[in-house]
Design a protein around this ligand. Structure first.
Ligand code: SF4
Length: 510
């Protein structure tokens, strides 16, 4: 075996593959790869990255800054946004750079990043910009950082429904390789359908490191047969909001489905035609499902023997229904493994409603009771126990399934010990919040977004908080109806600059 020279900088050297990357670094490589792919087909494009950091996308700024040399050499500009919605507005601008004949490039492919609450606050921009569309040789991806369990957020959040409300497709990668693969797919889709595209990320899929195939030309995407309107679906200089809506409703959603079918973003993974029980999942839940099946001692061979098939969804909205229906043909039962509010399940039910042929769909509910909860998260053990029970009820009881469930139940019984040590997080030593969050006797304070949120868990007369940027505005509405004449409001620099200053202006005006 010959010795290979390996360096950490290989991650951004497109001549090197395979390479070791974490999910955030994959976003950097994705941008470099898109530029190279465009160049190979004679397009002189540029890239633009903007957004606002926040877990699980807290290190995008750092990784983009560190890679600035590589990005600049590829005509990719990294410009952190003041906040999420102004960053999204800047991306809308990037899609207009060539519209007046003043553009330096053939198109600008853009990447927005932000956590779920940042997606929420960008709703107005997303609706406007997605209605306007993307440029023919540009495209927009929105990397949405979701924290389903609120580990590092003041709300438990799931971004899909916010972007779907603006009619944006959503793609859901299940790890680092797919952040690159789906990212490239997303740009191709965005250009074809004239849509902004949401790229779902979670700590389980982006805060991971993997060896991936980083060949920029590994994937190719084809253009489906699609009856386009005369002037296409992309952004234009002179447009009308009524025509924009018609373009969105009459064409863009269907274009996204046609693109998904043509490029087979959703696929059968295990089992074969003729199976009777099908499992469906996407993104992090796909990882959970495959883990759960392994806990039940089911592999591809065993799945085929038991008449089980699995379907991996890449584009969670709009679900491509033709390929799905072909996969679902002849199934008696479809089990959708999906945490949080159900998205795929509802589309599946809609897709098969007119031709159910007795097929049942389990997901949020099963036989009238709750099955996979919309609360918190799912884990492979819970999934394994639930689908194991379903398989036994469906006459697929095997020694492997029973042994897997027995072993999981035994492990859960051992997991009933009380926590030996419980420690609440606290400010770092030397942190200014250690003293600044102490209020005078008789006073009380509100928390906000930032580490000072932790003051609520301390003996500091601090209780209650707002969304980022709203700090203190709640008191505007409370004060007229309260016997108290004054409260303190904590606000950190990280909030003051992007948005909190507006709340201060509102408080002064009140
Ligand atoms: S704000 Fe304070 S508690 Fe938070 S990371 Fe900085 S020093 Fe630590």
């Amino acid at each position: 075996m010959s010795k290979q020279n390996i360096s950490l900088n290989d991650r951004y050297d497109l001549a090197k593959s395979p390479i070791l990357l974490n999910g955030t670094q994959a976003l950097v490589r994705l941008m470099l790869m898109q530029k190279t792919r465009d160049k190979a087909i004679g397009l002189n494009t540029a890239g633009y990255v903007t957004g606002y950091r926040g877990s699980p996308l807290g290190s995008v700024d750092m990784q983009m800054s560190r890679a600035r040399k590589f990005l600049t050499a590829s005509d990719i500009t990294f410009q952190p946004g003041l906040n999420e919605d102004l960053a999204a507005t800047a991306l809308w601008g990037a899609q207009q750079a060539e519209l007046r004949g003043e553009g330096k490039f053939d198109g600008v492919f853009g990447l927005w990043y932000g956590k779920g609450p940042g997606v929420d606050r960008s709703g107005d921009v997303m609706r406007h910009a997605n209605m306007a569309g993307t440029s023919t040789n540009g495209g927009v991806l929105m990397a949405m950082g979701d924290d389903h369990t609120g580990e590092s957020s003041t709300v438990l959040h799931q971004s899909e429904f916010a972007v779907i409300d603006a009619y944006m497709p959503v793609i859901s990668p299940a790890g680092v390789q797919e952040i690159i693969d789906y990212g490239l797919y997303g740009y191709a889709l965005s250009r074809f359908a004239g849509l902004w595209v949401g790229l779902k990320t979670m700590k389980d899929t982006i805060e991971v490191t993997s060896v991936v195939d980083g060949n920029p030309h590994r994937l190719s995407f084809s253009t489906p047969e699609f009856s386009m309107p005369d002037e296409g679906l992309n952004i234009r200089l002179v447009d009308d909001r009524i025509e924009q809506e018609a373009r969105l409703i009459d064409y863009k959603r269907f274009a996204a489905q046609a693109f998904a079918l043509e490029n087979k973003i959703d696929k059968r993974v295990w089992g074969k035609a003729g199976a009777k029980i099908g499992f469906v999942a996407a993104g992090k839940n796909w990882l959970d499902l495959t883990h759960a099946l392994s806990l039940l001692n089911i592999n591809n061979q065993e799945a085929k023997r038991l008449g089980i098939t699995t379907y991996k969804v890449g584009q969670t909205w709009p679900l491509e229904t033709k390929g799905f229906s072909e996969w679902a043909e002849g199934l008696n039962l479809i089990v959708v493994v999906e945490e949080k509010r159900k998205l795929i399940e509802l589309q599946i039910k809609e897709a098969i409603f007119d031709n159910r042929q007795g097929c049942r769909v389990y997901g949020g509910t099963c036989q009238g009771g709750e099955f996979f909860s919309a609360k918190w998260m799912l884990d492979p053990v819970e999934i394994a126990l639930k689908i194991g029970r379903v398989l036994i009820d469906e006459g697929r009881s095997t020694d492997g399934i029973k042994a897997g469930m027995a072993s999981l139940n035994a492990a859960l019984q051992l997991d009933n010990a009380e926590e030996i040590v419980e420690r609440l997080p606290y400010f770092c030593s030397g942190c200014p919040h250690n003293s600044s969050t102490k209020v005078p006797d008789g006073s009380r304070a509100y928390a906000g977004i930032g580490c000072h949120f932790m003051a609520q868990w301390m003996d500091r007369e601090t209780l209650g908080y707002t969304q980022m940027g709203g700090e203190g505005a709640n008191w505007i509405g409370e004060a007229p109806f309260s016997n108290r004449t004054h409260v303190f409001q904590n606000i950190g620099d990280g909030t003051y600059n992007p948005s909190g200053v507006q709340a201060i202006r509102a408080a002064l005006a009140a």
